[in-house]
Design a protein around this ligand. Structure first.
Ligand SMILES: *Cc1c(COP(=O)(O)O)cnc(C)c1O
Length: 379
């Protein structure tokens, strides 16, 4: 039998080694050098934001965002439970409490209509997650935030180059966090970025990034001593990571195009099966959204058929995993978080969802996935 078809295969553009060799030649290994600047300039220009800072991960960027929100112990942050642990962990690390609301049954993004009911006098922020690279209903989210004086943070880990009403994901709230982890569209092994739309957060973000020091002001000659002025950590990646990322960002449009072509191939191929079988539901993309082909998923009939399908695809040599265990039902979620209202849709879709292999250059192999999934659904 042929080798198993992996769920993910990180892209390589062919420019990575050249950039890494250049870093070695310059002997400029620590962070905030030439390649870091170039990547940050790329992000700022493409997204149209006030500032972009590379980080070690999206997890680190979310931790910075939680500090910028000024979260204190007992404060609350509204977010979906259907997300990766880092969205909630960043809040818990400040002593604050994630408050989970349900997702929409179509996009699996936070249900904006449930946010207002979750607001209390302790609410400080809304952390939205653009699942599968499909942006949330940000006009409604921003309107609620404006009314109640809340900060809006986008967990845009999956959403690089997606748009909502022609505006880039990452420029839709006050602060956004991106991931360049191995499993995302554009990668640097581990890596991320904090992106800031609201100008009044920029100065403090630099201080947090540089271990709580005023190194930026010092480098600009604004102060004569470089010293400890605030909390912070070592959030910045080395130039080796930034150089690798630079070689990827250069090809970000190509990578996105290729992924979208595979996404559309799946979507078209499964349209008939959805109609005919009544056993699967395809993803929904609202008309005001252009997404980045990050992820193709299907919702199967129920949890049992989902689990059986994953297992039979695995035996047939195709890796098609489930996704999140909802955070409200995870041990740490029970301990540190609370829920607002029913999370019935979250529980339902988490049990029925299957993700299909989708990566840069998958090409005709996607046809094998369609055949295998169709066989399973119609059996
Ligand atoms: C991948 C991901 C993260 C974490 O990204 P890292 O760069 O691995 O820290 C956070 N949130 C979401 C929604 C993700 O998909």
């Amino acid at each position: 039998m042929s080798a198993p078809l992996p769920f993910n295969r990180p892209p390589l553009t062919g420019r990575e080694l050249e950039n890494l060799r250049d870093v070695l030649q310059r002997r400029e290994l620590a962070g905030n050098g030439t390649y870091t600047q170039a990547c940050q300039d790329w992000l700022k220009a493409r997204l149209g934001v006030a500032e972009a800072l590379l980080t070690q991960s999206c997890t680190a960027a979310l931790e910075m965002a939680a500090i910028l929100c000024g979260l204190a112990p007992g404060d609350e942050v509204i977010m979906p439970s259907f997300t990766f642990v880092s969205t909630a962990n960043a809040v818990v690390l400040r002593g604050a409490v994630p408050v989970f609301v349900d997702v929409r049954g179509d996009t699996l993004n936070i249900d904006e209509k449930l946010i207002e009911a979750a607001i209390t006098p302790r609410t400080k922020a809304i952390f939205v997650v653009h699942y599968a690279g499909v942006p949330c209903e940000m006009d409604a989210v921003n309107e609620i935030a404006r009314t109640h004086g809340l900060v809006v943070v986008e967990d845009a880990a999956q959403a690089l180059l997606s748009t909502y009403n022609e505006r880039q994901a990452g420029a839709l709230g006050d602060i956004a966090c991106f991931s360049f982890h191995d499993s995302k569209n554009v990668v640097s092994g581990e890596g991320g970025a904090l992106v800031i739309k609201r100008a009044d957060f920029v100065e403090r973000a630099h201080v947090l990034w540089e271990k709580g020091t005023n190194r930026k002001a010092f480098l600009k000659g604004e102060v004569d001593k470089y010293t400890w002025v605030d909390v912070g950590s070592s959030f910045l990646p080395s130039e080796l990571t930034a150089a690798f990322l630079g070689a990827q960002l250069e090809y970000a449009d190509d990578i996105t195009r290729d992924r979208l072509a595979t996404w559309e191939f799946y979507h078209h191929a499964f349209a008939e099966l959805e109609r005919r079988s009544n056993q699967i539901v395809r993803p929904v993309v609202p008309p005001k959204v252009r997404h980045n082909g990050h992820l193709y998923y299907l919702l199967l009939r129920d949890g049992a058929s989902r689990d059986a399908t994953i297992e039979r695809l695995r035996v047939g040599g195709i890796v098609a995993p489930f996704h999140y265990v909802p955070l409200h039902s995870a041990p740490a979620g029970v301990k540190f978080c609370r829920t607002s209202g029913s999370l019935a849709i979250t529980d339902d879709v988490a049990a029925r969802l299957i993700r299909l292999p989708l990566w840069y250059g998958i090409g005709d192999l996607a046809g094998r996935v369609v055949e295998a999934v169709s066989r399973e659904v119609l059996r």
